[in-house]
Design a protein around this ligand. Structure first.
Ligand SMILES: [Zn+2]
Length: 163
């Protein structure tokens, strides 16, 4: 592959005694670095807000990386970008045992004729319904752009897994 066509992700890492924070951005593909996920802190926060796109090999890489922290590590995902939320609904176990704290949802402003991405906190979402949101530019009501039952399907209670 030509170097210029190569799409890659970058991971910024921050660490305190309690928590490792990984900020992933770019295009997540099979080259996603797994090693940063092998953490020695009790908590791991993965911030996915900078991810624009994910390939099918990227999906496998994320699942792989999610298995690296030891069972004692509490994993939280924040700022899960729209591209990744779509995978949450489609790919069983995409997030592994991570708790999804916050994510982005795609809306449309008819007045501005523009896409608007809205940050949402999982604990404030009652069910598979897009909350009302206002356009940051014109203040008008935004329209949700995906099928709600699909986009929020991962919020449904998980069935207990058999042995
Ligand atoms: Zn607007």
């Amino acid at each position: 592959m030509l170097p210029g066509l190569r799409s890659t992700s970058t991971i910024e890492q921050e660490q305190t005694a309690l928590r490792t924070t990984l900020r992933v951005s770019g295009v997540v593909d099979g080259d996603l670095a797994r090693e940063p996920f092998r953490v020695g802190t009790p908590e791991l926060t993965v911030d996915w807000s900078g991810v624009r796109r994910i390939t099918s090999r990227g999906v496998a890489a994320v699942i792989d990386a999610g298995r690296l922290p030891g069972p004692e590590v509490a994993i939280t995902w924040t700022g899960v970008s729209v591209a990744l939320v779509l995978q949450l609904g489609m790919v069983a176990n995409f997030a592994g045992r991570a708790r999804i704290a916050s994510f982005f949802a795609p809306y449309w402003c008819a007045a501005c004729h523009a896409d608007r991405v809205v940050a949402l906190e999982t604990e404030r979402i009652a069910g598979p319904r897009a909350p009302a949101a206002a356009c940051p530019a014109c203040g008008g009501a935004l329209h949700f752009e995906e099928l709600e039952s699909d986009f929020f399907s991962w919020l449904e209670p998980q069935r207990p897994q058999g042995p």
